[in-house]
Ligand binder design. Sequence first.
Ligand code: AMP
Length: 396
Amino acid sequence: MRSIKGLDFTGKRALVRVDFNVPINEEGKITDDTRIRAALPTINTILENNGSVVLMSHLGRPKNGPEDKFSLNQLVDHLSSLINKDVKFANDCIGDEAVKLTSSLQKGEVVLLENLRFHNEEKAGDRTFAEQLSKHGDIYINDAFGTAHRAHASTAIIADFFPNDKYFGILLENEILNIDKVLKSPQSPTLAVVGGAKVSSKITIIENLLETVDDLIIGGGMAYTFIKAQGGKIGASLVEDDYLETAKGIMNKATEKGVNIHLPSDTIVADKFDAAANTQEQKIDQIEDGWMGLDIGKESIDAFRSVILNSKTILWNGPMGVFEMEKFQKGTVLVAEAIAESTQNGAFSLVGGGDSVAAVNQFNLSDQVSYVSTGGGAMLEYLEGKVLPGIQAIRS
Ligand code: AMP
């Protein structure tokens, strides 16, 4: 692992790709600074070890060139207050003026460059643009896990200009170490809890996980495609008819590999997709026409709980039901609580992917699991077994 821990930054400018793509409201106020805080360990490590820091990031989705609402200038004051020192700002991420600013940096100074995506060359992975960016640092550090699955100029291509001076930032290093605890060196029994809306979006992940896990819990909307594939009656529940054969294939592969698949046996059905719908609890394979399953039932929760408490390594991605509505939240809450309890008993638990992260945050359980991943799409691609360009570029 090319880690910055223990590195001496004396006389060095560290050019750091961070993910400062934070939500900003109409008044220009940052509404959630989690991503900025996540980069602090790397920034502080460089400063504490005598270096200077040049930060680069994207923000939002500018269409064609600079737009005030996507200017990283809006982050300067808040970042200054978080690191307790003035942060300088470069009005463009490339060009003479920016290079002048970054080349005169003194030990302990910090510069933030303007939004990388004000140049279309960033997403295009343009080599000349990457080379221009590379002028800002003596060392390149990638700490942006959220964009590690993209071969953009600042996330991957730029590494070529630092053949011997490229490193993982602390956040990115932690992401890799923690996901690898599940994928590469799990303690048995290993469990994946996969939920969410669709089989189609999780199929590659499930196939990859069948190589690693002992148990696989399938909940959420995707479970109904599996139930229908087994001949069950699922009423008006979410289903992907094109994936019935895929679901059967997964069940067969699991049997071949000796993986136990746990599907829900009961469900909370509703007469419409609505927070105020009429509901009842019933067997998941006997749902009447016009009713749809929006959460797992009590029997399933109890069964899932005992698998979770019996596991030593747990990966959770995707909710068990429509947890955004209180009536259909219980399955997701109780599964999250069981994962927290199992963690307390010594299991390693990793939560990742947009909606399960939102769920553990909403239920105040994020500090009761071992690790919560910061990268949505990047985490999913890593779990699919893909090589992420941002990680590969540092390793190669
Ligand atoms: P994903 O982004 O694929 O992880 O899916 C997350 C979404 O799946 C959430 O918005 C949930 O509301 C939704 N979901 C979970 N269970 C169900 C279900 N039984 N029926 C419909 N949608 C569901």
